[in-house]
Ligand binder design. Structure first.
Ligand SMILES: Nc1ncnc2c1ncn2[C@@H]1O[C@H](COP(=O)(O)OP(=O)(O)OP(=O)(O)O)[C@@H](O)[C@H]1O
Length: 507
């Protein structure tokens, strides 16, 4: 398939706010492609190339001195080969070779193709939350039930592989995609309620558990081999040896566990989320010891548990992980749930998650089986710009301009971000330093006071609510916004939407 066909479809998808029209356009594209092209094609569409991180940044790309081609000649396979070369060219002395490979690719691409490719390679989604739409498009193009496609995607953790199987395999092959120890699955997510009582009304009898403000981990074990993965399925095994050791000591040979990890201070209180995440990054501060709290079990010793009700899974979890279990109670009594929530907050945690006892483990859309309750309102927003600080903060990029995702294009283009406020509250010296280093490579333009950025950084913001504001394009502004920390585990497409924030006005 020609790259130009992919690019014009991506443009058409970005240009319409109709979910059905998006599904239609994508399913036609998928049906046209050769089966072997599908993993590469889906990776490019989702701005998550199948080769993984390519290490190409805005700076490197904008420095290329190249004239794009006049005519479209590149195929998806040509691009995939070029990305293979880039991914395999690393280490010292590779800069020139990488730059040559990029230049060659840019010279073969037309201007619109190169615009698309350079965004896709850098992991920038123009098309908003495309994953769910693509799942439905795969179902439509392959004429397989959406539920089968969704399940295969959850279990393989890979939409490209799912697309190939759905479009070129048999129905039985698609349904046979199973849980595999060592291959991470998409995590189950929660919806939100205002109080534990309201959450219980949604779920019925439930496991009410502490919600720790740490980082999600999924752990796979086969004998002595242990793998630890993040919420976005990145492998962080070598960064968390203490968790590996704990999992190796559990009484099972094969295991898949879901949980949260966090480090504690000397008094046993939780350390800030930011410190936990720093352990996942490049500079490993080993003195911060992480501990896991497991809240779900998907497999144990040859037995898949994800279709079992939570009550069965919790029983197995208790048996296998013992003291490493997430604190919680099983109840249908609102008073007991409220009491546990108060306890969690007193211990410095974020709130509770209320989980229906009959529900199987299911990933994908946010379901009603898990409901989180956080008394402090926090939202994940995208940094659109930063202003130079003054006084004690002078020389640092400080006051952040915050944007909420507009997936449907109600206030502009679909997938763009609508500004909802500014804040520098909560920014520590360390964060100021970090921002000042990280932001300039993403600069799109600047004024004397402000550096405007490509929307790549997701930041978690606590607010007291929102208020009407004629000043901002979405008609609302955040009240008392303060920074809780960056969310490197989330992409801008996973950030909170303007519609979610506007709903607070009615609530
Ligand atoms: N007991 C628990 N059960 C499930 N998830 C928990 C629990 N304690 C903490 N968590 C965390 O809360 C998250 C559940 O909320 P959600 O599915 O909305 O994910 P999220 O978008 O990362 O949310 P948040 O920003 O609130 O952590 C999980 O991803 C997990 O990291």
């Amino acid at each position: 398939m020609m790259l130009s066909e992919l690019v014009s479809t991506a443009e058409a998808v970005a240009a319409t706010s109709s979910r059905l029209a998006k599904i239609d356009a994508l399913s036609q594209l998928l049906a046209h492609a050769d089966a072997d092209e599908l993993p590469a094609l889906t990776g490019l569409l989702l701005a998550a190339p199948r080769q993984g991180r390519l290490g190409v940044g805005w700076r490197g790309m904008s420095a290329l001195d190249v004239t794009n081609a006049a005519d479209a000649t590149l195929t998806i396979t040509d691009v995939d080969d070029a990305l293979d070369t880039l991914a395999h060219t690393s280490g010292s002395g590779s800069t020139a070779a990488r730059s040559a490979a990029l230049t060659a690719l840019a010279a073969r691409a037309t201007a619109p193709e190169w615009d698309f490719l350079s965004r896709s390679m850098r992991g920038e989604l123009r098309t908003g939350a495309l994953g769910g739409v693509l799942l439905d498009a795969i179902a439509k193009a392959s004429e397989r039930p959406a539920a089968s496609v969704r399940r295969a995607a959850m279990l393989s953790g890979d939409l490209g592989v799912t697309a190939r199987l759905a479009l070129s395999g048999t129905a039985a092959e698609l349904d046979a995609v199973g849980l595999e120890v060592g291959r991470p699955v998409l995590p189950m997510l929660a919806s939100t309620a205002a109080t534990p009582t309201a959450a219980l009304e949604v779920t019925g009898r439930a496991s009410v558990e502490y919600k720790l403000d740490g980082a999600r981990i999924q752990v796979h074990r086969h004998g002595d081999e242990v793998g630890v993965y993040t919420r976005s399925l990145a492998d962080i095994t070598h960064r968390v040896p203490e968790i590996v050791e704990i999992v190796r000591a559990l009484p099972a040979h094969d295991l898949i566990l879901d949980g949260e990890t966090l480090s504690l201070d000397e008094d046993g209180g939780p350390r800030p989320f930011q410190e936990t995440m720093s352990r996942f990054g490049a500079d490993v501060a080993r003195e911060l010891v992480l501990r896991p709290w497991f809240f779900d079990i998907l497999h144990v010793d040859g037995r898949d548990l994800l279709d079992e009700p939570l009550s069965t899974r919790l029983h197995e979890l208790e048996r296998v992980v013992g003291e490493w279990r997430m604190p919680g109670i099983v109840t249908d009594d609102p008073d007991a749930a409220e009491q546990l929530s108060r306890e969690a907050l007193t211990a410095g945690h974020e709130g509770v998650v209320v989980k229906g006892l009959d529900a199987p483990y299911a990933a994908g859309r946010r379901g009603r089986s898990w409901v989180k309750v956080k008394p402090v309102l926090t939202y994940d927003l995208v940094v659109l710009a930063a202003e130079w600080g003054s006084g004690r903060r002078s020389g640092w990029l400080s006051n952040l301009h915050l944007g909420a995702l507009d997936p449907t294009g109600e206030f502009g283009e679909p997938g763009e971000f609508v500004m909802v406020g500014k804040t520098f509250k909560g920014l520590t010296d360390e964060l100021l330093r970090w921002q000042t280093e990280q932001f300039p490579p993403l600069e799109t333009r600047r004024t004397q006071s402000t550096v405007f950025l490509r929307p790549e950084f997701v930041v978690e913001i606590a607010i007291d609510g929102v208020q009407r504001s004629p000043r901002y394009p979405g008609g609302i502004a955040l009240r008392f916004a303060r920074v809780k920390g960056y969310r490197p585990d989330k992409t801008p497409a996973e950030s909170d939407t303007i519609q979610t924030l506007r709903a607070l006005m009615r609530g």
